[in-house]
Design a protein around this ligand. Sequence first.
Ligand SMILES: Cc1ncc(COP(=O)(O)O)c(C=O)c1O
Length: 357
Amino acid sequence: MAKLTRPDLDSLPSYVPGRSPADLARELGISEAVKLASNEVPYGPLPGVLDAVAAAAAESHRYPDMGVLALREALSARYEVAMDRIVTGCGSVALLELLAKAATRPGDEIVYSWRSFEAYPIVAAGAGVRSVQVPNTPGHGHDLAAMAAAITDATRIVIVCNPNNPTGTSVRRAELTRFLDAVPDDVLVVLDEAYREFVTDAEVPDGLVEYADRPNVVVLRTMSKAWGLAGLRCGWLVAAPAVADAVRKVLTPFSTNMLAQAAAIAALRAEPEMRRRVDLIVADRETLVPRVRELVPGVPETQSNFYWLPIADPVGFGKACESRGVIVRPFPEGVRVTIGTPAENAAFLAAAEAALG
Ligand SMILES: Cc1ncc(COP(=O)(O)O)c(C=O)c1O
């Protein structure tokens, strides 16, 4: 049969979503599995979100506001950035795709640390752009000096994932500032801050506050994690007005849907409750990670709502946890585990103890 799609996509690994409790129920007959595989917050939608979604749904025979005015106003007020610098999208991943579309041509390069967020190679390949993957440091973090050195005349975008998914590591202020100073003006630096709300280390800079005024910096944020809206798909970026305009030119019309817009506004109003939930997760993180380290040496410090297990047989460990009703996320180099409720975290510790014998 004639080849109807791009042959270069054949070898591209597909995005692997975290497995769901329904998968375990079907395959293993486990009815009450704990899902710690997708870095979601386990406490349900924030107060006000369900009512806002229901009210918006009553109008859902109409198209949503394509300018996303009310949500951009709310974000602008909350984060003190001008509205013309904010673009929303169907998840922050979609915004990264749009940035690649707006800033690159086939044959250009995108530089990022590896291992990092698994969507990056997919976004690059989709845009026909070469991925330049700079190996993580031995401590599983970004090697910013090597990333700066990897930039060539063909580089259009560099991504810094801070904190890094899946290893949880963070880059700190002095090294990030040095890096940004070294990147040429005509290269976009995307600061992917999907997990910013979980950061407690004052040395880990808030990209929006500290760097977003640089013309070549784009800050990506999501409503999927701390704000609890993963299922509704809403992310946003802050960029220089010209960059934001270029992204708006290539975006899929109406792709921030009506329910997502209403839910995101309601979630922002519930910020104190978001903070309370994030504080619970951070408090659990403080006690959990040292206990996990007793089982798996070398777990790096995490500033996110997950931690990284650098173990030898990630797939085997993942299967062993699943057989005990706990879903984690194996990668070739290790396993990522989301911090859930205290009961879920205890279930993981018990499963890990049993799995590691
Ligand atoms: C680093 C990073 N960026 C972006 C995203 C995607 O978020 P969204 O749900 O907004 O597309 C994720 C989700 O896992 C992530 O880990």
